[in-house]
Design a protein around this ligand. Structure first.
Ligand SMILES: Cc1ncc(C[n+]2csc(CCOP(=O)(O)OP(=O)(O)O)c2C)c(N)n1
Ligand SMILES: [Mg+2]
Length: 327
């Protein structure tokens, strides 16, 4: 799909919607309205949006503990997501999953995941199911650079490659695994090079440049849909906030964060690209930001006015304990 002005505006708007949703979620956490912790995606928006721009509604995504951006980019409703963060019954998972477990089966969003690399096996399995059914649906699995050090990464990609499954593995390499710098725990710099072990293409892109992400995603998703097997995309990116709430960020300098925020911000980079092509006027830019702001405010109102799940709901959607004891 050629990237034209209209599509670019939609993608630019999606990036703003994610950015503002998360900044507001962070603020709401400070006010005590969000249940549990938060892992913010701010700074990484170009990856989720650039990849999901190519997905059909019936394609699948699986995420990580840092998945608000993936879910919004795939079409989850902001109202439902904010309600989920608030633990309300109108949330995507009836308020029982929270930030780290947002899922929306109606959008084929099979779930964020608190287990590092936890989505890679299910994404590979989903791709196998769609291959057997012959539906030409593609499964995309997002994961961090930390996941590339875990067994499911190697096992999943091996199977995906062996059986030529329609899956795209997207590593968001933000240079950190919690409070640890990647170079202190990895022996190869680029995750993309690891694709060679499994005989699939490995591509490394600048994750702050949505056009680069978009182009790499197009090739990988088309290849998967044609039945030629997986691709491993590594998007080099950066998270602006700490790993999760309460992170004192003693492992990095303020200057490093400012350098990325000021000079490598994905929204600013895309705005520049669009302006150069006269795809975005100042007025349109203002309108896009104002609309995103309104959507976020409406989502907070919706979440705020929704009810908490009733006490009895604690026993639904969970494994039956009697069954578990007897099994
Ligand atoms: C199997 C497992 N081990 C450890 C953890 C604790 N943990 C949570 S996030 C994280 C680091 C993840 O780093 P990365 O995959 O690079 O993702 P990022 O947070 O940078 O997006 C760890 C070790 C976990 N959730 N699951
Ligand atoms: Mg990381």
């Amino acid at each position: 799909m050629t990237l034209d002005g209209e599509l670019a505006k939609r993608m630019y708007s999606d990036m703003w919607r994610i950015r503002l949703f998360e900044e507001e979620a962070n603020r709401q956490t400070g006010l005590g309205n969000v249940v549990g912790t938060l892992h913010l995606y701010c700074g990484e928006e170009a990856v989720g949006v650039g990849i999901c721009a190519h997905l059909r509604d019936d394609d699948y995504i699986l995420g990580t503990h840092r998945s608000h951006g993936h879910c919004l980019a795939k079409g989850a409703l902001m109202d439902d997501m904010m309600a989920e963060l608030f633990g309300k019954e109108t949330g995507t998972c009836s308020g029982k999953g929270g930030s780290m477990h947002v899922a929306d089966l109606s959008k084929n969003i099979l779930g964020a995941n608190g287990i590092v690399a936890g989505g890679i096996g299910p994404a590979t399995g989903t791709a196998m199911a769609t291959k057997i059914r012959g539906t030409h649906q593609v499964s995309v699995c997002f994961f961090g650079d930390g996941a590339a050090a875990r067994g499911p990464f190697h096992e999943g990609i091996l199977m995906g490659s062996l059986w030529k499954l329609p899956v795209v593995y997207v590593c968001e390499n933000n240079g950190y695994q919690q409070w640890v710098r990647r170079e202190n725990v990895a022996v190869v710099d680029s995750v993309a090079t690891m694709a060679a072990s499994y005989g699939i293409p490995g591509v490394s892109v600048d994750g702050q440049n949505i056009v680069e992400v978009y182009e790499a995603a197009e090739e990988a998703i088309d290849r998967a849909r044609r039945g030629e097997g997986p691709t491993l995309i590594e998007a080099r990116t950066y998270r602006y906030f700490g790993h999760s709430l309460g992170d004192r960020e003693e492992y990095r300098t303020r200057e490093e964060v400012d350098e990325w925020r000021n000079n490598r911000d994905p929204i600013n980079i895309f705005r520049g690209y669009m302006s150069e092509r006269q795809w975005l006027t100042e007025r349109e830019d203002e309108e896009i930001q104002a609309a995103a702001k309104e959507d976020v405010a409406a989502a907070v109102k919706f979440a705020d006015e929704s009810a908490y799940p009733p006490l009895e709901a604690a026993h639904t959607d969970v494994l039956d304990t009697e069954w578990r004891v007897d099994a």
